[in-house]
Design a binder for this molecule. Sequence first.
Ligand SMILES: [Zn+2]
Ligand SMILES: [Zn+2]
Length: 483
Amino acid sequence: MVKIISFLIKFLNIFNKLSFQFECFLMNFLPNDPSSIVNSVPYKRFNVDLVPVIKPESMPISLEKAIEEYKAKHNGKEPKPINRRIAIDFPKSTKCPHCGASHEYIFDNRSGKISKQLRCKICGTTFSPDKTYSQEIAHYCPYCGHKLTAVHDRSGYTVYKCQNPTCSLYKSNLKKLSKQQKKEYKINPSKFTLHYITRIFDGSIKQLENFTKTVRASKVELRNIRANRHTLGLILTYCINYGLSLRKTALILREVHDIKISHQTVANYAEAVSHLIEPWLDNYQYDCLSKDHCGDETYVKVKGKHAYVFFMCDSVSKIITSFNIFMKRDTFSAIQTFYAVIRKFKAIPEGFNIVVDGNPIYKAAQQYFQLNGINFDIHQVIGLKNQDETSKKHRPAKQIIERLNRTFQFSYYVKNGFSTVDKANEFMYLFTTYFNFLRNHKSLGYNPPIELNRFKDEVNMPKKWNMIIDMAYDYDIEQDMQF
Ligand SMILES: [Zn+2]
Ligand SMILES: [Zn+2]
């Protein structure tokens, strides 16, 4: 019987691999960037993937670099803290948004002006302590270079629009309208989105924390099916570890294990486990995180549309620290992704750095954290070949995350897309638990990134899944007792 199962799994895995390779082959004929696929319905709220342009001079620099530049301008002299005669009237937590210098290096630059303006002694940047992130930094249209205007204030973010009547995007969208639509546009312009529009996050760190706390209701109550824990373990092993579809999992349970269960029940059980482990995994205290992290985006389908998985992982321990799926590849998504990593640390380690691709959203996200007093470095590996020193030095980290993407694509393949973003993220919790705690990695001496003591001498995978479920239950009870 064991032989039959392993033969079946081997066969299904080979089939999966082949069909995945075939899909990759087909993908080669599609444009690489999904944003370049032209939307055939121009007046619909389409997904614009291009991010707003931030002028290079307003991009953050490291404090070391700012000090170096200061010394070059001042005959090699180190910058000294400001010798003040009067006490400062801005908070001590104020930091320079450009280089991250502390309040000791910040001047009151008002000189008769009504609104408060501060200036950094080290890099010379002037800024206002009362302005939010998006108000402080000017963003420009990626199509025409026109400065963007704030049009709506939402909770945590502001919607910006390019209002340039000669913008190339606006003009080309206008051209796509039919005669009838043009008439409609004149009467009711708000029904159409022809101009470039983007969201820029300017909420507080506290708001970011609230975004991560979501309580979801499950279709089944796990505690009521506890008699069937072994079946639960089998379901997770087949669906997540071996990457089988819900239908194939139900089929194996029935034909091999004599367990009659529908594929919908398989889905409901997996959903309930995902909801149970969500708070446990979000707040799991990894004590072996390094200062070197890497990140990348990969695509999945949600309701037939492209969505983005933002993976972040520790380059040394291989632990996945962020794995959320977003419908948009914008600064807001990048900020939430970085935040998921940052909140894993009690304090940001010295030299903390993240290697990512050349997408400017990461720089913009770094700037958001710098304005909130959280400093770290970003290394951008650009293109497929090393054309600059940064790309050469940090490409190995990029390759780590690309391998993770391939492992993920293998498990994701049979899912054939998700019906909602929530459903997609449910799968991510299960996949990440598998990757961090259950999957043996060749580069880690055939051990998982986190070696749990309770797994010692245990090889049975359904039992291991049940141990994880118990840990999540214990975490749940501990949380309840705190309130
Ligand atoms: Zn500065
Ligand atoms: Zn424009």
